[in-house]
Design a protein around this ligand. Structure first.
Ligand SMILES: Nc1ncnc2c1ncn2[C@@H]1O[C@H](COP(=O)(O)OP(=O)(O)O)[C@@H](O)[C@H]1O
Ligand SMILES: [Mg+2]
Length: 221
């Protein structure tokens, strides 16, 4: 869907819309164009990232003020609009969502467990063999109630952002149990190592079924 994709493509716009619908997002600020961080209440560590990029290109975890300029330069390489956001302490979970309206289909919830740094499987030389610092588990190694909470939050986020067809909703599960939006991919990967098809398959839905349903959902509109 074009309109929701336009919003989700820009992480700051997605956060603004999601927040207004009562969904938790990281605290963030957008660089004000002079290259200086806007006044804010962020405390380190923070993540500096291009507002409109992907696959972790230009994303840096910053542990102190001394690393900030280099991180901003790295993000600026990919976009003129740069976000600085609070690091969320917890784990990463995702959910595949399919549908146009009230009756949404959700896949199994997955989980990214990081040993260090940030998730960057797309920058591995051979991503199909996995990631140096991350393990992706489907279904997530979390209690059923927490996975249900992830599915419900994903549906709320999907609806709030006006998504149609399909999207992958990425969230952080904070150590205090709160789900926080990370980002929504309205064009998730469908490679052999991609998360969306694995989450959908784990829920017993075949890839050909996803494609059939996508066509029907598009015709419906
Ligand atoms: N606020 C944050 N707190 C914790 N980790 C983060 C945060 N923002 C990004 N990350 C890490 O960086 C990765 C890439 O950032 P993300 O916002 O998902 O951008 P991309 O569109 O490039 O995937 C995430 O999967 C996560 O590992
Ligand atoms: Mg991401």
């Amino acid at each position: 869907d074009i309109q929701s994709s336009a919003i989700c493509m820009d992480k700051s716009l997605a956060y603004i819309v999601a927040r207004s619908a009562g969904i938790a997002t990281p605290q963030f600020s957008v660089l004000n164009g002079t290259g200086m961080p806007a006044p804010n209440e962020l405390t380190y560590p923070v993540f500096v990232k291009p507002a409109r990029s992907g696959s972790s290109f230009g994303v840096t975890k910053v542990d102190g003020a001394g690393e900030l300029d280099a991180a901003i330069a790295a993000a600026t390489h990919y976009d003129t609009k740069v976000l600085i956001e609070q690091a969320i302490i917890g784990t990463e979970v995702g959910c595949a969502v399919l549908g146009n309206g009230a009756e949404l289909i959700v896949g199994e919830v997955d989980q990214i467990k990081l040993r260090h740094g940030l998730f960057r499987i797309h920058q591995e030389a051979e991503p199909e063999k996995g990631s140096e610092n991350a393990i992706i588990t489907v279904p997530a190694d979390l209690p059923e109630a927490t996975r249900d909470q992830a599915r419900e939050t994903a549906k709320t986020i999907y609806t709030a952002l006006g998504c149609k067809g399909l999207a992958r909703v990425d969230m952080f599960l904070q150590d205090d149990g709160r789900m926080v939006l990370n980002e929504v991919s309205t064009l998730p990967g469908f490679t052999a190592y991609s998360r969306y098809p694995r989450m959908i398959a784990a829920a017993g839905i075949s890839l050909s079924d996803v494609i059939d349903r996508c066509i029907s959902l598009a015709m419906e509109r």
